[in-house]
Design a protein around this ligand. Structure first.
Ligand code: ATP
Length: 461
């Protein structure tokens, strides 16, 4: 179980500059969030860790950046225009609005609604006597299908012919570029193509802070392979994704796999597994791994009339590649890391809030703190040197104790204090966030020391 309430954690994240309510100046916009300086750093570091693990260190995977607005025929081909719906119900008494599948599963955790038709869900709503969580009554409107893709218009006229959609997933930008990537790269299977970027879904029930929003970032990989190897790669990514999320700081007791049962699987999928995380509000989907067979390429081949087959140079067989898809939500992963890191520790005289981030994820790797304002010039020199290799911060205000607490509360792994002795011995005090122990380090050995202690250096030149 998580030790701290979700309220406590989100209050800290909002007050310290990780996340701000969206459009706050104008009274906000429901369930929209902006990332402040600290949140933006965490998000960037998370994406960088993802890139390092899945792209740089994986010889098969390349990254592309497709457009957000695509030809609407893409979404017709994939079935999104016809089927990307959520089942919406309204309480007849208090008019609260819900997703019928969520409502049923929350009151009957043994019932899985994935893959159920509207008729089946309507029956379950009545048979299981589902009640409204707001007013307790149990009388709902029949389920209506609600299109989740955001529609807009391209060009100067708002006519049917100019309707376009904001992409609801990053994956399709990959499928429509499969042929391009094959043509312009080494052109052999297996090959993974990654896309990281914004996706938009007009969710009926966004909520739980940044867990479910209408605008979010996905980090998706489509891994193309031969039809007889897809289950092997599916197993590979199941393990690899779990080991990635643990390597950046999520603890194994808060993680579990949820294999989808046969009746839950999309009709084209051979296997699907979610990795779930125990958020303070309960278990929730962190990411998913799905075998998508050759469904998407098949659909695009049929709809576009372009040949998307692959000629195996060894067996001389021609086929449409099969695909395994690891799909991460950036903010969900970030939220898990923020919840996992948050801690309050009783000290002798007070309590400190400390965020135990992995050093690669922490907003700042180091803080440089002059003991007195008179030492600001020297300390600034140290800061300028370090900021070429790390996200560093420089703070001169308040007592040194207060500044340590501030850095603990935002998760800075190391504080470097410049004191009067520094001017004589050319050394600084380095304080460790987790142990609070201090060490004296010579300035000309500082870079090497930090690299060892933090386990990395981002050298920008
Ligand atoms: P859920 O069941 O929670 O709605 P999903 O199964 O529809 O998620 P996918 O379509 O598989 O999600 O998307 C892949 C990943 O994208 C999810 O595992 C999640 O991390 C992220 N994601 C999906 N929808 C949202 C959202 N509205 N807000 C934030 N992240 C999202």
């Amino acid at each position: 179980m998580q030790k701290f309430s979700f309220d406590k954690i989100t209050t800290h994240l909002i007050s310290s500059g990780f996340v701000y309510p969206g459009s706050e100046l104008y009274g906000g916009l429901a369930n929209s969030w902006d990332f402040g300086p600290l949140g933006t750093l965490v998000k960037n570091h998370l994406k960088e860790a993802f890139r390092q693990h899945f792209i740089r260190e994986n010889e098969y995977i390349v990254e592309i950046e497709p457009a957000i607005i695509m030809n609407p025929k893409v979404w017709e081909a994939t079935g999104h225009v016809a089927n990307f719906h959520d089942p919406l119900v309204d309480c007849k008494y208090c008019h609260s609005r819900y997703r019928a599948d969520d409502l049923i599963s929350s009151q009957h955790p043994d019932i899985c609604c994935d893959g159920k038709s509207v008729e089946e869900l309507n029956t379950l709503m009545v048979e299981k006597n589902i009640t409204c969580p707001t007013c307790g009554k149990s009388s709902f409107t029949p389920i209506r299908q609600f299109q989740m893709m955001f529609k807009t218009f391209m060009g100067v006229t708002e006519e049917k012919s100019s309707v376009v959609y904001l992409r609801p997933e990053t994956a399709q930008g990959i499928f429509v570029n499969f042929k391009n990537v094959m043509r312009t790269s080494r052109g052999k299977l297996p090959i993974g193509i990654c896309d990281m970027g914004k996706a938009f879904r007009n969710e009926i029930t966004p909520g739980n802070f940044i867990f479910r929003t209408r605008e979010f970032e996905q980090m998706e990989i489509e891994f193309f392979c031969s039809p007889d190897e897809d289950l092997k790669w599916f197993e590979y990514f199941k393990k690899d994704c779990m080991s990635f999320v643990q390597s950046i700081g999520l603890s194994s007791e808060n993680l579990r796999y949820r294999d989808h049962a046969k009746e839950e699987l999309a009709f084209y999928s051979k296997a699907t597994t979610d990795i779930e995380y125990l958020y303070p509000f309960g278990w929730g989907e962190l990411m998913g791994i799905a075998s998508r067979t050759n469904y998407d390429l098949n659909r695009h081949q049929e709809s576009s009339g372009n040949d998307l087959t692959y000629l195996d140079p060894v067996t001389n067989e021609r086929y449409i590649p099969h695909v395994v898809e690891p799909s991460f939500g950036c903010e969900r992963l970030m939220l898990a890391l923020l919840c996992q890191s948050y801690d309050e520790e009783e000290l002798e005289k007070d309590t400190r809030i400390v965020m135990h981030f992995d050093p690669r994820i922490a907003p700042y790797s180091v803080a440089v703190l002059p003991l007195s304002k008179q030492l600001s010039d020297k300390a600034f020199e140290v800061y300028k040197n370090l900021s070429r290799h790390y996200d560093a911060t420089f703070d001169t205000t308040g007592s040194i104790g207060k500044r340590y607490r501030r850095e603990d509360a935002i998760g800075t792994p190391l504080c470097i204090t410049v004191d009067f002795d520094t001017l004589e011995d050319n050394a600084v005090t380095v304080r460790d966030r987790d142990t609070m122990k201090q060490e004296r380090i010579k300035l000309d050995e500082l870079n090497k020391y930090l690299e060892e202690k933090l386990g990395f250096s981002r050298s920008y030149r």
